[in-house]
Design a binder for this molecule. Structure first.
Ligand code: BLG
Length: 478
């Protein structure tokens, strides 16, 4: 190579290097962009299994996971609420959101144009019918009644497949505007015969619709995952993958699951039905008293109402075998300690119960965070602070995390077994009672919070939702 050619090559090489440096610096990857903007936009649906507002603020299974991911990236979380599933997928397609966290089932059709993360939950599709109405026993029975589902959902896809493969006579109605709550509402009021929803959604919503039941599982387990845009830059997707790996190992996934689903099996059909009836009949007699005590002690009145329902079914004269009495079931000793003179007086009982709960909550060690702090205070309210402390010690001794309700609730029941209670300071206790007690209160509390939710009220009031929705009837393939 002569001098001239070598100079040309050197120049060319330098220019190429400059070009690479420049393009490299003006084209940061998705994660770098998100970090420099300081926020990540996530699209989701407003529903009890995904994202909703409670008394403290935004929450929900998907919200809490997405929030943890935003924290992991060191940015703020911005929620974009999509009205329906098609809008949600459009948000990803148009890059209006970085990804969707919305209880989405991984399906073949969507898999082609979005990229699903590692699954974080398994659900099955369930056929729901009204007790006393037509009960389908197998898929072929679905053709005998009116069936509704959400458009663009995994449920609609499943029905299409069934129609194509097995049941050409199958017909159903679908609309993008049908949220799970509305579908269940339509079946509950008898406007239609069946619907299909995900098992986690039904598990959560069953308490509001005690007259609904599962006919059968339409599918086996299907994975839920976050959906990312298909793009050559997969930095965000990879960040989410490593976030999920961490969440698996550091217990975050099981913690969030326990928070939203851990207490759901407690309210059976009879319990839910009775709770609904008593709420309509009795709660308005006492809600002022709960409200007053809650204001006084900085508590949520619905938590006090839920406790009192669990204690006495809102009966001021309730009495246990051991002589514990009143709306909040105070023992004679605790009543004395709190200055409650008449345990049968609803106001005194509620105020006393609230004061006692707050006292126990304050007494717990500082490292116990909410909401676990409240769940442990409730357990102590029922079984006694000493026994709760014993269970926390057993938890720690066994390598569990005694600042988490999720762990402590597994050790409380051991207090009734000799080989465990002989190691403790306060000895024997019927330790499974406070576990059921706390789980029931959480469930009643959820229902009361949802009853207050404007979306829920709207869904429950609006009996002819289907008239306003954009419904498509899927005809038979015959
Ligand atoms: C609770 C007391 C605790 C007490 C525990 O018992 O009563 N709570 C209240 O009075 C509010 O103070 O703890 S201790 O003082 O540290 O010993 C343990 O004694 C009440 C419980 C008992 C339970 N209900 C509130 O949850 C109850 O009524 N049990 C009835 C059992 S049976 O049906 O008579 O067998």
């Amino acid at each position: 190579m002569n001098n001239r050619t070598s100079r040309i090559f050197t120049r060319l090489f330098i220019s190429l290097l400059c070009l690479l440096t420049i393009t490299g610096s003006v084209r940061p990857n998705t994660v770098e962009k998100i970090r420099s903007q300081g926020e990540i936009v996530v699209t989701t649906r407003n529903s009890p299994t995904t994202y909703f507002e409670d008394n403290i603020g935004a929450t929900g299974y998907e919200f809490e996971l997405a929030k943890a991911f935003a924290d992991y990236l060191g940015v703020n979380l911005v929620i974009k609420q999509a009205d329906n599933l098609s809008d949600l997928y459009k948000d990803i397609e148009r890059n209006d959101a970085a990804f969707a966290a919305a209880g989405l089932t991984i399906t073949q059709d969507k898999n082609k144009w979005v990229r699903f993360s590692t699954p974080y939950m398994q659900v099955s599709q369930q056929v729901i019918y009204r007790r006393g109405g037509m009960r389908p026993k197998q898929v072929f029975d679905l053709a005998k009644g009116q069936l509704v589902v959400t458009s663009d959902s995994s449920h609609a896809l499943q029905l299409r497949e069934l129609q194509g493969r097995k049941i050409p006579e199958l017909t159903w109605s679908e609309s993008p505007d049908f949220e799970t709550v509305e579908l269940l509402q339509m079946v509950a009021t008898g406007e239609v015969d069946f619907t299909v929803v995900d098992s986690n959604e039904f598990e959560m919503l069953q308490a509001y619709y005690p007259n609904l039941a599962i006919a059968f599982d339409l599918t086996g387990a299907q994975p839920l995952a976050w959906a990312f845009p298909q793009s050559r830059d997969d930095s965000l997707f990879q960040a989410a993958e490593s976030f999920f790996r961490n969440a698996q190992t550091n217990g975050l996934l099981s913690e969030v699951r326990e928070r939203f689903y851990g207490h759901l099996d407690q309210l059976n059909y009879v319990g839910a039905k009775r709770f609904q009836k008593q709420t309509a009949k009795k709660l308005n007699k006492y809600d002022d008293l709960f409200q007053h005590a809650a204001d006084e002690h900085n508590l949520d009145w619905r938590l006090l109402a839920a406790m009192s329902y669990q204690e006495s079914h809102w009966n001021p004269r309730a009495k246990s075998f051991t002589g514990v009495r009143g709306m909040m079931m105070l023992t004679r000793r605790t009543a004395k300690e709190l200055g409650v003179r008449n345990r049968l007086d609803p106001k005194q009982s509620i105020d006393g119960g609230a004061a006692y709960l707050v006292k126990l909550r304050k007494r717990l060690p500082k490292n116990i965070q909410e909401p676990d702090r409240t769940w442990m205070a409730l357990a102590a309210y029922n079984v006694g602070y000493g026994h709760l402390t014993d269970a926390r010690k057993l938890t720690k001794k066994d390598g569990g995390d005694n600042s988490r309700w999720m762990d402590v609730k597994d050790y409380l029941p051991l207090l009734s077994q000799k080989r465990y209670y002989k190691q403790t300071k306060h000895g024997y206790a019927r330790g499974s009672e406070p576990v059921t007690y706390v789980q029931n209160i959480r469930r009643y509390f959820d229902v009361l919070v949802w009853n207050d939710n404007p979306d829920m009220e709207l869904a429950l009031e609006n009996e002819s939702l289907q008239l306003s929705a954009d419904i498509r009837v899927i005809p038979p393939l015959l």
